[in-house]
Design a protein around this ligand. Structure first.
Ligand code: URA
Length: 308
């Protein structure tokens, strides 16, 4: 078994995921007898404070990361010349300043004054300079548990999400629910958001200007939610957050440490987007391998915590 869990529903969800993938034989190259069982209560534990340097120390229970895995200062400018470099933007520092009054600047200059997720959401709602705001029906800010250890970042709301104002509620979201259920997680044990909080009209790609405007908000979102781990779904989120030109097939399946501008090296894993998996079900095998990496890392921290 890939995980030992007393909860019957979680076991059923895990088996359903495997059946869905057409698994009728050993899936991975090596047995996973060492897979660490997860407990929901520990997955729900509130993330460590941003200044807690224990993040990378506790996480590194297993093999030391390859030096090239550290992404100290993601440089979106290298992907897109119009982008702000969020980590170099003082507006992204955790300043503890008073929340700003009035209009929110499109360049993120007011972000340092935003010190809660609620203020970040209302700040985004006032971001009139972003064209996407004016064509979308609703702002899709986040879903799930803002205190969760794992933050999942998708690409952009689709039609269903736009209608409901909640990330990942359509077909992609249903597959995502199955994926996280297969490793014992649910919406109450993860925090979900997107690279873009508004649906681009007709699902078009965002312009460089739109991405430049919104990426600092995403980084501030991570700073305020303070997850221990971040899962990026799909090539767009992976390229921008990791500051890479590589495609998702190269970026997925490897942990990297990313500083989202608050000086904390957060372990980030990129994986395949559920929309892609719906179109290419054979690739679910790779997604499942990534989920196992995630399970091991979450469990490794748990094991370290338990042994003090
Ligand atoms: N795809 C995403 O990336 N995010 C959503 O919220 C829905 C579909």
């Amino acid at each position: 078994m890939l995980a030992q869990n007393d909860d019957r529903n979680e076991l059923i969800a895990m088996l359903a995921w495997q059946l869905d993938m057409g698994i009728d034989e050993a899936l991975l190259d090596h047995p996973q007898a060492d897979a660490v069982p997860l407990r929901l209560d520990q997955l729900l534990a509130v993330a460590a404070p941003a200044g807690d340097t224990g993040v990378s120390q506790t996480v590194m229970g297993g093999a030391a990361p390859h030096p090239s895995d550290a992404v100290k200062m993601p440089n979106p400018a290298s992907v897109n010349s119009g982008l702000v470099n969020p980590a170099a933007n003082p507006a992204l520092a955790n300043s503890g300043a008073v929340p700003p009054e009035g209009k929110i600047n499109a360049d993120g200059a007011a972000l340092a004054g935003i010190t809660s997720l609620a203020d970040l959401q209302s700040g985004l709602a006032k971001l009139d300079d972003c064209p996407l705001k004016h064509t979308a029906s609703n702002l899709c800010f986040a879903d799930g548990n803002p205190g969760a250890r794992l933050m999942i970042i998708g690409e952009a709301p689709g039609r269903d999400e736009d209608r409901m104002g909640v990330p990942f509620v359509g077909a992609d979201g249903q597959l995502l629910d199955k994926m996280i259920a297969s490793i014992g997680l649910d919406r109450a044990s993860v925090y979900l958001t997107n690279l873009l909080p508004w649906r681009p009209p007709g699902n078009r790609s965002p312009t460089d200007e739109e991405t430049a405007m919104l990426l600092p908000w995403l980084f501030r979102h991570v700073q305020l939610a303070k997850p221990e781990f971040v899962l990026l779904l799909g090539g767009a989120a992976a390229k921008l957050v990791l500051g890479s030109h590589d495609g998702i097939m190269k970026l997925r399946g490897r942990w990297r440490d990313v500083d989202f501008g608050d000086g904390v090296a957060r372990p980030v894993l990129a994986s395949l987007h559920p929309a892609y998996l719906l179109r290419s079900p054979a690739q679910k095998r790779l997604a499942f391998e990534d989920l196992l990496l995630l399970t091991k890392r979450l469990g490794a921290v748990q094991s370290n915590d338990e042994t003090g």
